[in-house]
Design a protein. Structure first.
Length: 107
């Protein structure tokens, strides 16, 4: 399953407790700020998997793929949305893990 380490380009505050992260590589993820607080230009990792795996920190969302098109899949995680540049099977249950990345930017 796909995974990315990308920069946070913009943050849109949807509610007091939900941020929409606009990321490099055409990724978009809604995250509860209670579990993950990031700033613009920070690096985060996004992992998609079919099984919930052990993770430390960050947030793990469970969702259903509800649309595919032009190499992009849309995932609904109980009202939180994710857009990932991957082709996933419609109606497939996936886990979306979002964490701060320890990988440094290449200068």
């Amino acid at each position: 399953m796909p995974s990315w380490v990308v920069d946070v380009l913009r943050i849109h505050k949807l509610t007091d407790s939900i941020d929409r992260l606009v990321l490099a590589d055409d990724l978009l993820v809604d995250v509860p700020t209670q579990f993950l607080k990031v700033g613009e230009n920070e690096r985060i990792s996004v992992d998609i998997s079919e099984a919930k795996t052990a993770y430390t920190g960050g947030v793990c969302l469970c969702g259903i793929v509800y649309a595919n098109g032009d190499g992009v899949a849309l995932v609904s995680c109980g009202g939180l949305l994710c857009r990932v540049p991957a082709v996933l099977e419609n109606r497939q249950m996936v886990f979306v893990s979002v964490n701060k990345s320890r990988r440094r930017r290449r200068e």
